[in-house]
Design a protein around this ligand. Structure first.
Ligand SMILES: C[C@H](O)CC(=O)C(=O)O
Length: 327
């Protein structure tokens, strides 16, 4: 964590992670073409982005390969095909995958780091899964990976539970503890409170604090900037905000804000024009009233996603009546 964060200026320790394919895959079952995945990778290289999350290391049992694309499982052969020749030392780009507690066969699916092009495993978990998350982090660190701890849905957990998680994670080898606003519910003041809570609990552990924001209330970029101002040095964003439901902090806004000259905006704009805009015609993401409502109500976006996939995606009043009057 930065002691004093000179937020509007050059801060070389601040690292940007692109999770377009991993988070965006939650709206199309990770059915991206190799061309799109490779284009995001090439853009990360050209734009000076520090890490690219290529998907999930999740089990094919709950996510059968007949239904879900390769980036839900990140088999090594798929990684080797699409990122052939990737070299961390030459490019400075870390490739990473997310493993969900309860949904990953991590002991079988994750091979030693020196046998993989992946450099980092981000462990995602809900508060009640913290014991498994600790085991996963320790296991992946033993295999040689950088690791992060991503406590999901933090807006929905009481303080005592957050404290329990933070004290369990503090002693793990995870380099980063991420503030994850899964429901896009948090306001600036809550980001402040959580950042300070995480920083106090993790003091002395050398862990960085990360931020992963969803855009239900059109606050993902603002909340990301707020975390950066406070000292967060590990920041998630996606190209054109492509991500589950309302999407994420848009990369194009984030890079426009950062002052490190290594970050280049033009390749991101080019990718958006050539690859992401065509996707926008096929799949729905980004803020809309159903996502605003679930964000305001601190609910998982699944009902809004189902509604947007249905026959009357713009019948906002019907969604309001269903969700607001039912809760
Ligand atoms: C822990 C991850 O960042 C998963 C995710 O995207 C979420 O919002 O939850």
């Amino acid at each position: 964590m930065s002691e004093a964060a000179p937020w509007i200026t050059y801060r070389p320790e601040l690292k940007v992670l692109d999770c377009t394919i991993r988070d965006g895959g939650l709206i199309n079952k990770h059915q991206f073409s190799d061309e799109t995945v490779r284009a995001v990778y090439d853009t990360c290289l050209e734009a000076g982005i520090d890490a690219m999350e290529v998907g999930y290391k999740n089990s094919p049992k709950p996510f059968p390969k007949s239904e879900f694309g390769p980036w839900r499982h990140c088999d090594e052969e798929d990684i080797n095909r699409v990122f052939a020749g990737h070299d961390l030392d030459k490019t400075g780009l870390k490739l990473c995958a997310m493993a969900d507690a309860g949904k990953s066969d991590y002991r079988e699916q994750i091979v030693p780091r020196n046998e993989s092009l992946l450099d980092m495993i981000r462990v995602a978990f809900y508060a009640h899964q913290v014991s498994e998350a600790v085991q996963m982090i320790e296991h992946c660190a033993e295999l040689g990976y950088d690791t992060t701890a991503n406590l999901m849905a933090v807006s929905n957990i009481d303080d005592a539970e957050i404290d329990t998680v933070l004290s369990a994670i503090k002693d793990t080898p995870a380099q980063v503890m991420v503030i994850v606003d899964s429901f896009g519910h948090l306001y600036r003041e809550q980001i402040d409170r959580l950042y300070k809570k995480y920083a106090t609990a993790l003091e002395g552990s050398d862990k960085e604090i990360g931020i992963h924001a969803h855009n239900n209330q059109q606050l993902a970029f603002a909340n990301t900037v707020e975390a950066i101002i406070l000292g967060s040095n590990r920041v998630d964003a996606t190209m054109f905000g492509l991500g589950r439901g309302a999407g994420n902090c848009p990369m194009e806004l984030l890079l426009g804000f950062l002052r490190n000259p290594k970050f280049k905006l033009r390749p991101v704009i080019k990718l958006i024009q050539e690859q992401i805009l065509p996707l926008k015609k096929e799949i729905d993401w980004g803020p809309s009233i159903p996502y605003n409502i679930t964000g305001q109500m601190n609910l998982h976006p699944r009902d809004a996603m189902e509604f947007r996939e249905g026959d009357t995606p713009d019948d906002y009043v019907a969604f309001y009546d269903d969700i607001v009057l039912d809760n």
